[in-house]
Design a protein around this ligand. Structure first.
Ligand SMILES: *[C@@H]1O[C@H](CO)[C@@H](O)[C@H](O)[C@H]1NC(C)=O
Length: 217
C-alpha cells in the first residue's frame, strides 16, 4: 500500500512532466474494446478482446446491492467494491460501491486522473472536498439517500459517517484508472523521515514518530 501510494504520486508527476497530464482518458477509436486481461501486451489501458467473442456479460456486473461487499480497509472502517466491467476498457469511466460504517471515514484522499460523482444509496454521510492552496476552502454537505455530490478532478475529498446508520454510496469516476492517493498513508506509511514529517505538521519529532508507528504496525 505504502509503495503503491508513492508510486502513484511519482507516476502522476512523471505523466505531467511528459506532457500527458490530459484531463481525460483518450477518446476511443471503436465502439468498444472489451478488456482482454489475459494479454501480455503492454499498452495504455488493456488490449481488446476479439469483437467476435464479446458477449453481453462483458458489459455486466452484479452484486452492487450487497452491503459491505468488496475490500475492507482495516485502518479506516470502509469497504470498497470495484465494479469490474471489461467492456468499459478505454471508455474513460470506472465505478465503485463504498460502504462506510457508523463512525468510520474514507479519509482525505484524491484521484490524480479523475473527477467523481457519488450517489448515496443508504444512510447519511458528511461528504466534501477541499479546494487548492491557498484558499483551502471546504465544500461539504451532509448527504442522504438519493443525494448526489461531485468532486472536481485531483482535489482532496473525504467521507465521514458521523451518524448511527451504515452508509453506502455508488461512485462514478471519469477515468478507467483514476488512481488513489490517501494523504495520511502517503505521508505516514511511506517511510518518510520523522524529522521531515515533524516540520511538515508543525510538531515535534516524537509526535511524528508516534503517528508513523501506527501506520507501520
Ligand atoms: C456530521 O457532521 C456535520 C459536519 O460537522 C454536521 O453538520 C452534522 O450535523 C453531523 N451529523 C451528525 C449526525 O452528527
Amino acid at each position: 500500500m505504502a509503495t503503491s501510494a508513492v508510486l502513484l504520486v511519482v507516476a502522476a508527476v512523471v505523466a505531467l512532466v511528459a506532457g500527458h497530464g490530459a484531463a481525460f482518458d483518450p477518446n476511443p477509436l471503436q465502439d468498444f474494446c472489451v478488456a482482454d486481461t489475459t494479454s501480455k501486451v503492454r499498452v495504455n489501458g488493456v488490449p481488446c478482446k476479439d469483437p467476435a467473442a464479446v458477449t453481453p456479460d462483458d458489459f455486466f456486473f452484479s452484486g452492487v446491492d450487497r452491503a459491505g461487499a468488496g475490500t475492507a480497509s482495516r485502518r479506516y472502517g470502509f469497504t470498497a467494491l470495484s465494479v469490474q466491467i471489461p467492456g468499459l476498457n478505454t471508455l474513460g469511466a470506472s465505478h465503485a460501491r463504498v460502504d462506510v460504517a457508523p463512525g468510520a471515514v474514507f479519509p482525505p484522499h484524491y484521484h490524480p486522473r479523475a473527477s467523481e460523482t457519488a450517489v448515496v444509496l443508504d444512510g447519511a454521510v458528511y461528504f466534501g472536498f477541499v479546494s487548492s492552496y491557498p484558499e483551502n476552502m471546504v465544500y461539504a454537505k451532509v448527504l442522504r439517500k438519493g443525494d448526489v455530490f461531485a468532486v472536481p478532478q485531483g482535489l482532496v475529498h473525504f467521507l465521514y459517517n458521523n451518524g448511527t446508520e451504515p452508509a453506502a454510496l455508488y461512485a462514478t469516476l471519469s477515468s478507467q484508472n483514476p488512481g488513489l492517493v490517501l494523504l495520511a498513508d502517503a505521508l505516514f506509511a511511506s517511510g518518510l523521515p520523522d524529522d521531515l514529517l515533524a516540520k511538515t505538521f508543525l510538531t515535534d519529532v516524537g509526535t511524528a514518530h508516534k503517528i508513523g508507528a501506527k501506520f507501520r504496525s
